[in-house]
Design a protein around this ligand. Structure first.
Ligand SMILES: C[S@@+](CC[C@H](N)C(=O)[O-])C[C@H]1O[C@@H](n2cnc3c(N)ncnc32)[C@H](O)[C@@H]1O
Length: 206
């Protein structure tokens, strides 16, 4: 995935995102991800916040920060915040998740929903997420990971050369996240439709 393709793709998707991908990806992943953070109020970072479709799932006692590389997607998120008076959203910033401007241990929880397959270097993103999360904090990743074997695996491998055109990588193994972080896996949930998505709840123990 190359940055210029990502910016171009999301400039195109932004006006129709909520009615297309936003809707297609709406099977529980976002509400469950916010649910993990909602157990206690805190400072929460949403990475790749997009049009802000998840923002209303977070409890109002949180202080929510959102970042995204696409100004077009973020402009939609800001509109949503203003229109729905989402006062728990403290800040929305254009920022590369591979190189965040935040200090170490800035957030009680970090969420990245449907982002890891879209960024050029997901290993850098998970390392940045780990860095900006406080000790004892929670990390939630929702993503499509490639199947281990079978028809789906073959189909995903066939689609892989089209990644730049699709705007996401269909063949990303979960090890690309878990193998590049010291975050501990707390729980893994398989999500609809057809078990194609996974929610990883991770914890920073140190
Ligand atoms: C599929 S959308 C998901 C948006 C939102 N999380 C949701 O649930 O609908 C992926 C988002 O990741 C953003 N993104 C891609 N690369 C990024 C990067 N390097 N840093 C921050 N955001 C990035 C895109 O601009 C886009 O808004």
């Amino acid at each position: 995935m190359q940055l210029e393709y990502i910016l171009k793709s999301y400039a195109r998707y932004a006006p129709v995102y909520d009615q297309t991908f936003g809707w297609l990806l709406s099977f529980r992943g976002r509400s469950m991800a916010a649910g993990v953070t909602n157990k206690r109020p805190g400072k929460v970072l949403e990475v790749g916040v997009g049009t802000g479709i998840s923002l209303s799932y977070y409890r109002r006692e949180h202080e929510i920060h959102g970042i995204d590389i696409s100004p077009d997607m973020l402009a939609r998120a800001q509109k949503r915040v203003n229109k729905r008076k989402l006062t728990h959203v403290s800040n929305l910033s254009i920022m590369d998740a591979q190189e965040m401007d935040y200090d170490d241990g800035s957030f009680d929880a970090v969420v990245a929903a449907y982002v890891m397959s879209v960024v050029p270097e997901p290993q850098r993103v998970i390392q940045e997420i780990e860095r900006v999360c406080k000790p004892g904090g929670d990390v939630v990743i929702v993503n499509h990971f490639t199947a281990e074997k079978g028809f789906r695996r073959n189909f995903e491998a066939m689609l892989a050369p089209l990644s730049n055109k699709l705007g996401w990588r269909p063949d990303m193994p979960v090890e690309e996240i878990l193998g590049n972080t010291a975050l501990r896996e707390v729980r893994r949930y398989t999500l609809p439709p057809l078990g194609m998505f996974t929610l990883l709840h991770l914890k920073k123990d140190y």
